[in-house]
Write a protein that binds this ligand. Sequence first.
Ligand code: ZN
Length: 328
Amino acid sequence: MLQFNKGLFYRDLAIDSLNGHTKKFNLVTHAHSDHFRPLKKLRNIYVSKETRDLILRENSFLRDRTVVLKNKNNLENHKIELLNAGHILGSSQFLLDNKLLVTGDICFEDSLLFKRADVVETENLVIEATFGSPDYVFPERKQIYSNMVEFVETNIQKNNLVVFGGYSLGKNQELIALLNKMGIEPGVSERTAIVSEVYNKNGFNLKFHKTEEANNEEVLVVSSSHLSSDLVYALQKSLRRKVVPALCTGWAQNAFFSSRLRNFYLFPLSSHADFSQLLSFVQEVKPKQVFTYYGFDKELAFYIQRKLRIPARPLNKSKEQTFLTEFL
Ligand SMILES: [Zn+2]
């Protein structure tokens, strides 16, 4: 039986449980805080090697409670296969018992840092729907990168300070990689530096430094939650130099979001699959049925049925639908 309630629960497995419930085996797809919470009582945590490194960097008390999964694992009577999710360092999809693929968060387009999510054909698919609405179709990544390069070059020529804001885990490492490709070593905020060091310990070669004197910088990379109009105003005042803020997020496609951020440059650079990528992914997995979770779950299920003619429904919309006894 598969249940969904702020986490997926399947027999004695819990996947990305955030509701305090634990099972014999607690699997975590990736280290973002909306998929993993370092609960005191959490034990038997099963993760990829890189996800373990990210989790332990800030929660060392979990050291003896985390187990690294191999690509193929037998946990008692479960077969668990790990597949690349293409989302952030260590992000994994789980293929359970050769019949159920759980995506966690996926990106289905190669980026500067990761290959797109792996595909495996399987009968049952649980797929994330963060951008599962036709309103969220992003330009090609190459195009977004080239727009960003042009934006940075133009501002550097004018001696402006560019401040990029993105998620400290995932987006900001992609920003650093893009800037490195341009020959720029950005100044970064504390948490972005901590996470980027974990990336480098896992084979990346990101060049950055912690910002001390912003006036000597060409480009800063900070957490999007810190990039506010107040920060821009304060920097501009103290540096006596124009500061140009830019946010990198898939939500840049949203008219309401962008209208509230008129003073910011917005780039729709996302670590998630957009609507078209989600549909392509489903098409390649060739499932007999699909369950959607997170974000626009209802909309994505509707379009999977309409465009792909595959039975699909959201996991989280009604009591009946959270107990999927009929297929497992
Ligand atoms: Zn995520």
